[in-house]
Write a protein that binds this ligand. Sequence first.
Ligand SMILES: Nc1ncnc2c1ncn2[C@@H]1O[C@H](COP(=O)(O)OP(=O)(O)OP(=O)(O)O)[C@@H](O)[C@H]1O
Ligand SMILES: [Mg+2]
Length: 481
Amino acid sequence: MKLFFRLCFVIFVGICFCWLLRVLLFRTGLIFLLKKWCRILQDCFHVYQSFRIPEFNETSQHNHLYRKVSAYLSSLNALEDSDFTNLITGKKPNDILLRLDSNQTVEDNFLGAKVFWTNQEIGSRNFVLKIRKADKRRILRPYLQHIHTLTADEIEQKKGDLKLFMNSKPNNQSDTRWTSIQFKHPSTFDSIAMETDLKDKVKSDLESFLKSKQYYHRLGRVWKRSYLLYGPSGTGKSSFVAAMANFLSYDVYNIDLFKVSDDSDFKFLLLQTTSKSIIVVEDLDRFLMEKSSASSVTALMNFMDGILTSCCAEERVMIFTVNSKEQVEPTILRPGRIDVHIHFPLCDFSAFKNLAINYLGVKDHKLFPQVEEIFHNGATLSPAEIGELMITNRNSPSRAIKSVISALQTDGERRRVGHIGQLLSDSGSRQSAAESVESSGVFKPENNHTGKEFRKLYGLLRMKSNKISQSLDSSPLYKVR
Ligand SMILES: Nc1ncnc2c1ncn2[C@@H]1O[C@H](COP(=O)(O)OP(=O)(O)OP(=O)(O)O)[C@@H](O)[C@H]1O
Ligand SMILES: [Mg+2]
């Protein structure tokens, strides 16, 4: 009997001890330490095989598997339970995602087998998958297939989320030269004040480009299309690029040529761009004036010709913006390098009406005839300037239109002279020397032209520029007018 009580007491003490130990291990978190030691011990008795998944492949292009693994690892519960991890915002404002820290390892289970993932960031970014050799044959393929299936939806969803990539200066530490942010520009073809005809032409040009893979290949050409957007500042060139990206649902790669060090750097950057993307070179004229070298121009032309794009994925749209075509060598703009030229002029009355509908919700107004008269007399402003005035006075359309009228009467007059200058310089390159000399006289301050003379000259210039646009029809030149 005594022995029985003793046994009961020992069992009771044993249970209490186990309970206390459990509480101690769990409350203090020592259990995790214990698990870690167990794993280290187990590791000593297994042979592992490792697989590296680099962010870029050998031709410096994005490795899609890397992106999938990254999305997959973010969804792992084990990551949530790990000692340390990074928290970042997701696609939606309230989304918070988990990301492995540099050199952090996380465990996953698949078909009863344990696998380990490490985020290795030494120079370049890689994921390393560690599997027991004994499990490899059984689980490697199904496991990768499992990751692929689970992340396919996520990747599909990402198609709706466009990205804007910007290049950074060369840096030996990193393999990637592009940093990306979500591209959420609200600009669409509808929000841009431009002739409907012209917009439709651009849209159908883009649509027919999308369907023309076989056609381009049959012709032995790289499947790409290049656009030149030219016109004064604030006329909507950048907004148009955003509208094109939204229309095509393409990512945007904005190349800052000032951050490209040399020819090979340029190639490297371009190789890292993906297909189904828009590559934008803004203010090409400024770059060519300030910093271009023979090699950078050659590299640029190679790219425009498709020599570089042909070695990686195709289906790209290239867009170059310039304020004036004058500063750009005609060889750079020749047909084949630039397929479509689109002119962005300063505002005329029809563009003004477009802006009034978009910004003020006004289709007609008693002040419109007065505005039309001022535009007719040649005064003009950029759509950006007019848009700003409308936004400021959006609560009162009358006040907004009056402020536009007064700006047109003051700044517009100055712009009118500038605009004539622009037209002259645009057409100057194709005019005879005698004509250019004659026209350039307009800008000299001592030339005291009356308003009437300006109007006459402006009318003439409009006619000239129209003729010029017709004469360039061989390379499709879409002009807003
Ligand atoms: N045609 C237009 N229709 C509607 N809004 C316009 C138009 N042009 C300009 N804007 C407005 O003016 C602002 C500036 O336009 P944007 O940056 O596209 O001009 P830009 O031609 O690229 O100028 P820059 O040559 O200085 O880069 C934008 O907020 C845009 O909404
Ligand atoms: Mg711009």
